[in-house]
Design a protein around this ligand. Sequence first.
Ligand code: CTP
Length: 396
Amino acid sequence: SIRETAAREGVKAYLVGGIVRDIILGIKNEDIDIVVEGNGIEFAKSLCETLGGRKVVSHEKFKTAVVVVDDELKIDVATSRVEYYEYPTSLPTVEYGSLREDMFRRDFTINSLALEVDNNRFGDLVDYFNGYRDIRDKKIRILHNLSFIEDPTRIIRAFRFASRYGFDIAEETERLLQDSIENGFLKRVSWPRVKTELKIILGDRRPHRALEYLEKYGILKTIHPKISYSSRMKSQIEKTADSKKLLDTLGLEKWMVNFLVVLENLNSDELDLVFNKFGFSGSFRKKYHLGSTKRKKILEELSIARKNSRIYDILKEVTNEIIVLLYLEGNRELKENIEKYVYTLRDAECMVGGRDLIEMGEAPGDHFKDILKDVFYFQLDNPGSGREELLEILEE
Ligand code: CTP
């Protein structure tokens, strides 16, 4: 469709950035970025029609557009050939070869590849800066010496790509990166941008080398002086990766759980500081913070709990976030108990209710709660029991 649209609009179109890198690496990537030499917005509208997409959101000023095909698929379209008037009266001057400029503005050589997708040379790789070679040699390399100064977020991005793909940072690039850190350039990066990058790192399958780099260059300490990357953190984060089913059932995101792991040594005031920096709401902290004494107690109790009702009783007031953190930390017995709670006990409902008590002639009152709780716990401990049996117990 991109190819047809390009032909119809008479323009050249390229797939660019991360998706080209990942095609070469054979990795799935669903973020489609297109650069058009010509009118990108017209192209986007035309592409949207061809695809039967929902809408186009365009920015005239930047000549960019997003084709919203459906909830899953969004295609970014940018314009690389800029026509401008040097004087109000002169003819438009067209900047040729600006795909090269567009690519040159990017962070690393591995992200500077373009794949032609119009009719002329469909499938041709446009590689101005040896990106293909660096993918092959597993190197993260900037395109020019000012790259980190232009955009210090790239320092963290270098760690993230190195970690994710198992690449090395090229020597000269790492030297410039270190200089930029020593000169304090990272301080210019806003916390929301740090958060965006950290979120990707902590959600990635292989975040460890990135975290090692962040530790090595003192970046974790800038989040909070008490944070340092430990072997304990490493093993917890590995466990998060293996706990997908539990996380999904509890509706928690992997990056968030890993973030909580990274922050584990902070007390509640320190956590507030960090969460403020990253723009989380005040009520958020309450969801995952547990004093260390209480935590120890739960860990102990839960690892020896045998009865379903006991497991239920220990965990019923505990938030999902804390349940996962306990899970990552616990021994086998504790893990099994948590799994039992999350997959079955948590959603259990008592098969008898207040109405049954009233029908038995009991006058409604506060004592109902205690009675029903006893029956419910009996139900949890005797999974085979039916409603009849419970009614008999209620009678007694
Ligand atoms: N980019 C850049 N400098 C930045 C951020 C982004 O040059 N600080 C460029 C890169 O060339 C990148 C493209 O913008 O390929 C898209 O950015 P992003 O979506 O963040 O990165 P991806 O490479 O697509 O990585 P991911 O697979 O993690 O989405």
